[in-house]
Design a protein around this ligand. Structure first.
Ligand SMILES: [Fe+2]
Ligand SMILES: [Fe+2]
Length: 268
């Protein structure tokens, strides 16, 4: 008997079904149903912390599920994943506490399990490390540096310093994944196929769920403006996380800074 289908279809693509959530959470499936604001008003500050808290919860669940799904990988890698679970649960708790200090509460805003929905479709650990740690958390490193500045500029150095503290852990999560992916690719060339399959699936789902031009979210923010909130590549921390100079240059090129970095091929 085949196992029950654990997928759902959203805008024509398959995603893994949502993880269990307490009844206080309203779970949505599209960016447009979230309450992302584009300012630093009181409600927006709470929403940012709430979204971030939920994101850390999801990361904990993704890495813990990886430990359960891939019991035969090396002990050292499993220890790294277990330590990451501890970091992510601490991150969730830190953000929850700050949310409460600001008068917010768990379940105050809708949440979306996008990262879970993508990663749980991937049936190899290299693909999950590539998508979760290297891509999602690599992106989070860029975002956290921006957020630290945003909170400082909004007159909240306490929350800003939390962003800085979380970033130090995220660098480590990205770095250990980079190291293990390199080693696994060296030992088994099939790893690269698994990574490519993961990245391809991520691109397909991201494209399908991307907000359409002019689409507004539940609080009236234009999503095609919002999704590109000046998140620039955090070059210093990406170096610490052991992205190569070529990979960083590629990211900068995609952000329109191609003239600042070396050409793709010598003489090109
Ligand atoms: Fe985290
Ligand atoms: Fe992390």
């Amino acid at each position: 008997m085949s196992p029950p289908d654990q997928t759902k279809t959203v805008r024509g693509v398959k995603l893994h079904c949502d993880p269990a959530r307490e009844p206080c959470f309203k779970v949505v499936e599209l960016h447009k149903d979230l309450h992302d604001y584009d300012d630093m008003s009181e409600v927006s500050r709470r929403q940012r912390l709430h979204r971030h808290m939920h994101n850390e919860m999801q990361t904990l669940e993704i890495v813990a599920q990886g430990l359960a799904d891939f019991p035969n990988v090396s002990w050292e890698l499993r220890m790294q994943m277990a330590r990451q679970c501890w970091d992510e649960s601490r991150h969730s708790a830190i953000l929850y506490r700050r949310l409460q200090e600001m008068g917010g509460r768990k379940g105050e805003f809708p949440v979306m399990n996008y990262e879970w929905g993508v990663t749980q479709l991937l049936n190899s650990l290299p693909a999950r490390l590539a998508v979760q740690n290297r891509t999602f958390e690599g992106g989070e490193m860029d975002l956290l540096r921006q957020q630290e500045n945003m909170w400082n500029q909004a007159g909240d150095p306490e929350t800003a310093s939390l962003m800085d503290a979380l970033l130090a852990d995220e660098v480590h999560h990205v770095r250990y994944a980079n190291r293990w992916l390199k080693q696994m690719a060296h030992e088994n060339p099939r790893t690269l196929m698994q990574v490519a399959a993961g990245v391809q699936l991520l691109q397909k789902i991201t494209a399908a769920l991307a907000p359409q031009t002019g689409e507004k979210n539940a609080v009236g923010v234009n999503l095609t403006d919002f999704t590109h909130v000046e998140v620039m590549t955090n070059v210093d921390d990406r170096r610490l996380a052991e992205f190569t100079d070529a990979e960083i240059a590629d990211l900068l090129r995609k952000e329109g800074f191609g003239s600042l970095v070396a050409p793709l091929t010598p003489g090109a």
